[in-house]
Design a protein around this ligand. Structure first.
Ligand code: MG
Length: 290
């Protein structure tokens, strides 16, 4: 099942996307429930309740404004740094130069503030050269947690995955490297495009798919998720050590090689660039940088 959050005539709805991806039909939710996007659907299914009824007729998906499936995440988006071998190598002289070089030690984990989440086709706002002139893209598979838990074992971890969505972990490289922590350089307004929907875990296995990214039509990133240094169960096991994960938590699982900073010379995002991130079996997002 694919669950999308969308606006129609100024009102937010959450709906089920048709098998061919061409239509979306809203669930019967109150306005307050729909404000939280797919969250009430996740909560209902995790609690063992039935899906809410579908309300009304299918809408042509091109006639609605798709939003991030979780447009107001309940808390920060968990993110993983340096999680593909080739990406670790391309940034070993810059972003990762002071980090533990043993890539098998522990994952790098940071967060993006929830307010930076925007929709799959929304504009991303460059902050201006005085703040950062090194804006970069990071195509990523994001895991959406279903059943919550603490100290989740590697063996049980996949049973806590509700589904998957697509994220561009947009990053201000100069700001990322200026501070000891990455959260600032990762959390500028609009720096977390997400969507186009959540695909439930029964339809795609995040451990075995493919992440790609194009900048103005030029393929820059292309990585199979099998190449992750820390696989999805390890990420869930690690992040839930002593920290309770909740339904609707989002974990962006890291980016493959090919980011702008890793090119020679680096190629950062310029005004007007259009960046498309696509994940097999999940979908694509495409955002213009303004
Ligand atoms: Mg990232």
């Amino acid at each position: 099942m694919r669950i999308a959050t969308f606006k129609l005539n100024g009102q937010r709805h959450v709906g089920q996307v048709s098998a061919d991806g061409k239509h979306v039909t809203a669930f019967a939710l109150t306005e307050d429930q729909a404000h939280h996007g797919a969250q009430p659907i996740i909560d209902a299914l995790v609690a063992g309740h039935a899906l809410p009824e579908l309300a009304g007729t299918p809408h042509d998906i091109t006639h609605v404004h798709l939003e991030a499936p979780l447009p107001v995440p309940r808390r920060n988006v968990w993110c993983v740094g340096r999680n593909y071998h080739a990406h670790a190598k391309e940034l070993q002289a810059s972003v990762f130069k002071d980090s533990n070089t043993d890539t098998k030690a522990w994952p790098i984990v940071f967060t993006k503030v929830p307010e930076c989440v925007v929709g799959p086709k929304d504009d991303v706002h460059l902050p201006g050269a005085a703040i950062s002139d090194q804006i970069d893209y990071e195509a990523e598979l994001a895991v959406v947690i279903g059943k919550g838990g603490k100290n989740i074992s590697h063996a049980d971890a996949m049973s806590h995955v509700f589904g998957y969505t697509v994220v561009n972990d947009v990053t201000a490289r100069d700001v990322q490297m200026r501070h000891q922590q990455w959260d600032m350089g990762k959390s500028f307004d609009t720096f977390c495009p997400m969507g186009p929907w959540i695909v439930t875990a029964d339809e795609v296995d995040g451990r075995n798919t493919r992440v790609r990214c194009w900048v103005n039509g030029e393929l820059r990133q292309d990585g199979p998720t099998e190449n992750m240094i820390f696989d999805i169960p390890t990420l869930i096991e690690t992040i839930s050590r002593g920290i309770t994960l909740y339904p609707g938590d989002i974990i962006a699982t890291g980016t493959p090689a090919g980011v702008g900073m890793g090119l020679t010379p680096p190629r950062y995002i310029a005004k007007g660039d259009v960046i498309r991130v696509e994940i097999d079996g999940v979908g694509s997002i495409e955002n213009r940088f303004v």
